[in-house]
Design a protein around this ligand. Sequence first.
Ligand SMILES: [Zn+2]
Length: 409
Amino acid sequence: MGEHIGMLLENLHVETKENTVKLIADVHSSYFGEKTVWAEIDEKYAHALTVENYNGFLVGLLYPAMYVGEDIHIKGSVSARLLYNINHYLMAFIRTYSARCKTIQVTADKTITDLPEKAHHIGTGYSAGVDSLCTIYDHLEKETYPQYKLDTLLFLNTGSHGEFSKSTTEPKFHTRFEYLKQTAPLPFIALNTNIHQFHEFFPDSHQKTVTFTNIAGILTIEKYFAKYYIASSMSYREAIQFGKKRLDISTEAFDPILLPLLSTETLEFIADGQQYTRSQKVQRIADYSLARQALNVCVNGAERTAQNCSHCEKCLRTLMTLDSLDKLKEFSTVFDLQTYSKYAFKYRCKQRLLYYSNPFAHDNISCASYHNRQVPSLIMSLIVCSPNIVKSMIKQILRPLLKNDKHNQ
Ligand SMILES: [Zn+2]
C-alpha cells in the first residue's frame, strides 16, 4: 500500500461457494499486512449478507487498530450513527477499558442511514447454556409484545469454539451447530467468520473483546435483524460491583454501555439477562422443557452429546442451584445425578468459603438459604476444604476425642 500508514478496508463483495456465500473485504494494514476479513453463511440466507456497508468489519477491526495505533479508512459506506458513536464515545470507552489502546482516526468515503430490503427479524444466540436459554424463555415463551418476540436463532463463530486461533475452531463450530440444530426451537442460522483472527495476537483475547467480535459478526447480516438480544452472564449488581476487576479482561460486564453505541439506525442490540442473578436464571428455566432436554453448561465440552460431566465448576454451580430448587430429578437427562452426589457436599463447603469473594458462590449460597437448604458451617467447610496437612492435623487433634466418644457409646 505504498506510503499508507494505517488500515484501509475496500472491495466489499460476495463470493458464492458450493452451498455457502461469503461476504469479504480486503484489509491493507501496516501491522497486519494484506488480509481478507470475511463472514460465511448458508446460501439459503444469502440475502442476509449486508454488502451495502462495512459496519460489521469496521466493528471487528476497531479494537485491533486501536491496539496497534492504526487509523482506519473505509473505501465505501458505513452507518452514520455507528461512525459518529465510534468517534465520539466508543473510542473513549475502549481507552478507559484498555489503557494501551490509542485514539485513532476512523473515516469513510460515505455514510448511510438506511438499508434496502431490510428484514425485521428478532434474534439471539443459541448455545443451550443458562444465559441463552433464559433469554429464549423470556422472549419466545413469555414475550407478550410482538415487536420483541424472537423468531430466529444464531450460532456464531467469532473464536469461542475450541482453542483460539487453532485449526480446531472450525470443525468444532460445525459439529456443535449440527448438534444444537436438533433442539433449536426456531430457525437456526450458522454464521462463520474469521474476525477473531485479528484479535488473537493479544493474550486471552476471546473474552477481552467478545462484545466487539460478536457484534461484528452479527452486523455482517445487519439486513436480517431489527433487534438482537445479547445474553449476558453478569447481573447489573455484579457488573457494578466487579466492573473494575473486569477492565481489560472481559467486555461482557459493559454490554449495557457498549450495545447502544454499537447499534445502528436499523439494528438495535439489547443487553439481556442482566436483570437476573445466575440462580434466578436457573430458576426461570427450571420448568422449561427445552432446558430439561438440552441444557449444556459443561466446560469439559462434549460436542456431540448433551451430556454434562456433572463435576466441573460450571456443572456443579448449576446443579447446586437445581438442588436448592428441588429440581434435580427433572434434569436427569442432561446431568448424571450420581456423579453429582459424590461432589455435592464438598462443593457446598467450597461455596460457603467463597461466599464473600465470589459472586456465583454468594448467589448460590443465598439461594440455598432462601430455599431452606442446609448450608455447611464455616468450621465444617474449612475442615472439608483445607489442604491435607491441615486436615490431618485436625484429625490428630480430634482422634482421641472421637475414640473417647466411641468408648462412651
Ligand atoms: Zn461439566
